[in-house]
Design a protein around this ligand. Structure first.
Ligand code: URA
Ligand code: SF4
Length: 253
């Protein structure tokens, strides 16, 4: 498959470049004051700047700093139609981190992830595991702003938002990560294989076990698959227990 230049940059994690100054990659004060749109098409210098701009600004953010930056973020076109950016919700010292796709209409209004129908199912799944939203659980998304019409976020949008998610994970230090659907898998594992082929396997992100399962919205449309999601959650719980027993996630940071 031949990729366009934008797609290639997205794959390398350095797109979109049309708003480089606002990107989470951009170092404060490192850019000129001209809006990229006024400078015309990005050239090779922009690309190199994007690729090499220090992550340090993001890597040193504490939680309030991260939250403030995300609220202001205009690094991808999803900022245009959002009511607000939705960082996530839950315990800031979690065992579990669930990562979904992106806010829907209700989440965009309330500023909290998974508050609609899919969220109710997620809460039921958590309850079945004996855990509750906000207690040893954090819930976030691959992109923080609502894709218009609830479309799937594009690769460039997920790439632009990824540094925020990465910083969230570094600060939260969860003991297991559950990826809900393809967008979360793309963002965290950089893998676009089918969910069916990824389920039931233990991946790692920065030394933290990662488990893949279906997105609750998919489960609402395919109820028989709920049994598989339940198996996945039980598998994730086994991974969590192993981590707790060995203290492995402490090693990663
Ligand atoms: N679907 C998601 O992926 N995330 C939400 O926050 C809500 C619905
Ligand atoms: Fe920024 Fe992410 Fe929102 Fe795009 S989706 S504007 S990268 S917070």
């Amino acid at each position: 498959m031949k990729l366009t230049r934008e797609q290639m940059l997205a794959e390398m994690g350095i797109a979109p470049i049309w708003r480089l100054r606002d990107s989470p990659f951009a170092a404060a004060g490192a850019e000129d004051d001209t809006a990229p749109a006024e400078r015309g098409r990005p050239d090779a210098t922009d690309v190199i700047a994007a690729a090499t701009a220090p992550d340090a600004a993001v890597d040193s953010l504490d939680w309030p700093g991260l939250s403030a930056r995300v609220a202001q973020c205009r690094a991808c076109p999803l900022c245009e139609q959002r009511k607000q950016a939705v960082l996530g919700v839950g315990d800031l010292d979690p065992d579990w981190l669930f990562v979904g796709e992106g806010p829907g209409a209700e989440e965009d209004i309330k500023g909290e992830p998974f508050v609609g129908q899919a969220g109710k199912l997620l809460d039921n799944m958590l309850a079945a595991l004996g855990i509750a939203r906000g207690r040893k659980v954090y819930i976030g998304n691959a992109v923080k702003c609502r894709p218009p019409g609830n479309r799937t976020p594009e690769a460039g949008e997920m790439a632009a938002c990824r540094p925020w998610l990465e910083r969230q994970i570094a600060l939260l230090k969860p003991k297991v990560i559950v990826l809900l659907g393809k967008a979360a898998v793309h963002s965290v594992l950089h893998d676009d294989s089918s969910l069916a082929s990824l389920r039931g396997r233990r991946f790692e992100y920065q030394g933290i076990p990662v488990v893949v399962t279906y997105h609750p919205a998919y489960l609402l449309r395919n109820l028989p698959e709920k049994a598989k999601a339940w198996e996945d959650l039980l598998f994730a719980r086994r991974c969590l227990r192993e981590t707790l027993a060995t203290g492995r996630s402490e090693l990663a940071f």
